[in-house]
Design a protein around this ligand. Structure first.
Ligand SMILES: NC(=O)c1ccc[n+]([C@@H]2O[C@H](COP(=O)([O-])OP(=O)(O)OC[C@H]3O[C@@H](n4cnc5c(N)ncnc54)[C@H](OP(=O)(O)O)[C@@H]3O)[C@@H](O)[C@H]2O)c1
Length: 240
């Protein structure tokens, strides 16, 4: 019988999710990965066919949770559930269609996945739930309003789950991962400051998950930036 720990990463065809899958393999996990782009998932599966299982699945569609259940069965259980699927773009024209797409993934699909994971772990009696929110969760943002608001929702929702876990008899850990900038397709090639590689981000995330941290900033210096970000008075913030 396969005794390795089992993890699912929702949104692992690219970026941080993909780096996390590779890092978990190094840590002897069996990993289930999801995303919409079949060819990228297949490529990652082929790197470690024994350890990486995949299912092509759009988490905004109605069959998404069934797909996660299938993957859980294929892995033979679930110890760690990570949500890395996310969408974020600038929306200078305040195009509602763009805001709606962000909300459908970062809020609606996110909520259904977290709900599923929490109830699964409560029934099982243990488990670790993690989501990648963002430093953007800390304040509103005029250039990408739905992105900032959706990340604030995620951070708050996860805090709710952590409180629920503390009240339950189950042994459930909840980790909110808040990156600053990580070089992934989401940055669309833009050079930002304090940017981490996705590999470095993955190492720090898995270390924090092992330590059962509640909230982590990637990289660590972003904790300070987030604190400053929260403290900036409105008369300055509105001009930024
Ligand atoms: N990169 C940064 O600087 C940064 C900073 C702060 C927070 N974050 C957060 O980190 C998370 C991961 O982003 P990333 O930087 O790694 O970007 P990324 O490379 O674009 O990865 C996003 C992942 O989400 C998946 N995804 C998107 N829509 C999906 C859907 N409907 N169903 C299933 N999977 C879906 C994508 O796969 P498919 O396209 O194949 O579906 C992809 O694997 C996001 O939540 C993002 O907001 C990133």
């Amino acid at each position: 019988m396969n005794k390795s720990k089992k993890a699912i990463i929702v949104g692992a065809s690219s970026g941080i999710g993909k780096a996390l899958a590779r890092e978990l393999v190094k840590n002897n996990y069996s990993v289930g990965i999801t995303g919409r782009r079949n060819e990228l998932l297949l490529k990652l599966h082929k790197e470690h066919p024994e350890q990486i299982h995949y299912i092509t699945s759009d988490c905004t569609k109605s069959n998404a949770l069934k797909d996660i259940e299938k993957l859980t069965k294929e892995l033979g259980g679930l110890d760690l559930f990570i949500i890395s699927a996310g969408r974020g773009t600038l929306n200078l024209k305040l195009d509602f269609d763009l805001e709606d797409k962000i909300n459908k993934l970062n809020v609606i699909a996110f909520t259904s996945l977290v709900n599923w994971g929490m109830l699964f772990f409560e029934k099982q009696g243990y488990g670790h739930l993690a989501n990648i929110s963002s430093v953007a969760s800390q304040r509103g943002g005029g250039l990408a309003p739905a992105y900032h608001a959706s990340k604030a929702y995620q951070a708050s929702y996860l805090e709710g789950m952590a409180q629920r876990a503390a009240h339950s008899k189950s042994n459930i850990d909840v980790t909110d991962i808040r990156p600053g900038f990580v070089r992934t397709p989401m940055l669309q090639g833009k050079e930002m400051f304090w940017t981490s590689t996705k590999e470095k981000a993955a190492v720090q995330i898995i270390k924090a998950i092992k330590q059962k941290k509640r909230i982590i900033y990637i990289t660590k210096r972003w904790r300070f930036a987030a604190w400053v970000f929260r403290k900036i008075p409105w008369f300055i913030f509105k001009k930024m």
